[in-house]
Design a protein around this ligand. Structure first.
Ligand SMILES: Nc1ncnc2c1ncn2[C@@H]1O[C@H](COP(=O)(O)OP(=O)(O)OP(=O)(O)O)[C@@H](O)[C@H]1O
Length: 245
């Protein structure tokens, strides 16, 4: 495994949110991410710490282009080995690359569609990215990932809806959904903040195992410095946002 391979490169990125107007002509913005640059290599867990509101989630979503950047470049390593600036790509091209760049969201309650079963939630990504050729392969892969995240026996969980699950079980589904696509990179945004101590330990082990076995790169967002120190190879910190006109 070449662990010097850069998977994600962020170069002088700024992200700001419009906050309304001052007077007739001037707009007020929250500058949530100010001139951030970083690189994350294959198999590396980059811990991002910082107080609440310091722009960690904004940066994580910006790296995945789930929100638009104001300026700067974000490069993803795509199949074939090239680093591509995804801030310049159109939606269709970006959609094809998304399989390899996933997110584990902060809030297991908001992250799952309440109308879908666990099976449908997991199958959606496999189908969208055409990763399976038949139904039995789909069932096999979904049951396997449910076993890995300890939602066992899988057949008991596959047909449940998110509201029938505890917070910890939902977070396991969110983790399973990201891991199932075998991505190159995952933004893990406070993946254990809402969980009890034993579930926290298990989710961290899934992430560390995935990194060790597949070389997945992670941006691991947390405000807990001891968790960041435990999982991360390197740590960066967010700073409080500025309000600019
Ligand atoms: N959709 C939005 N519209 C306007 N301002 C926003 C929006 N989302 C975030 N912000 C502001 O941007 C700043 C950074 O928010 P962000 O959620 O990235 O911080 P964070 O470090 O992830 O915080 P936390 O640890 O509480 O999740 C905050 O001041 C926040 O109020």
């Amino acid at each position: 495994m070449d662990n010097n391979e850069i998977i994600v490169k962020v170069q002088n990125v700024w992200i700001k949110y419009p906050m309304g107007r001052v007077g007739l002509f001037r707009k007020l913005y929250v500058h949530a991410v100010n001139d951030v640059s970083l690189e994350i290599k294959k198999g590396e867990i980059f811990g991002l710490i910082g107080e609440s509101g310091s722009g960690k989630t904004t940066l994580g979503k910006g790296i995945l282009r789930l929100i638009e950047t104001y300026s700067g470049s974000i490069y993803w390593k795509v199949d074939g080995g090239k680093l591509v600036d995804i801030t310049k790509l159109n939606d269709n091209t970006l959609r094809r690359l998304r399989k390899d760049f996933q997110i584990i969201q902060q809030d297991p309650y908001g992250a799952l569609d309440p109308r879908m079963s666990v099976y449908e939630i997991l199958a959606e990504g496999l189908r969208l990215h055409k990763l399976i050729s038949n139904k039995s392969e789909e069932v096999e892969q979904i049951y396997k990932i449910l076993s890995i995240v300890k939602l066992t026996p899988p057949e008991n969980f596959a047909n449940k809806k998110p509201m029938e699950l505890s917070g910890g079980q939902r977070q396991r589904v969110v983790v399973a959904r990201a891991l199932l696509l075998r991505p190159k990179f995952i933004v893990a945004d406070e993946p254990i903040s809402m969980l009890d101590a034993s579930t926290r330990g298990q989710i961290l082990e899934f992430i560390l195992n995935d990194r060790d076995q597949r070389g997945t790169a992670y941006l691991f967002i947390t405000h807990d410095i001891s968790i960041a120190s435990y999982v991360s190879d390197r740590i960066g910190s967010g700073v409080s946002p500025n309000y600019f006109i």
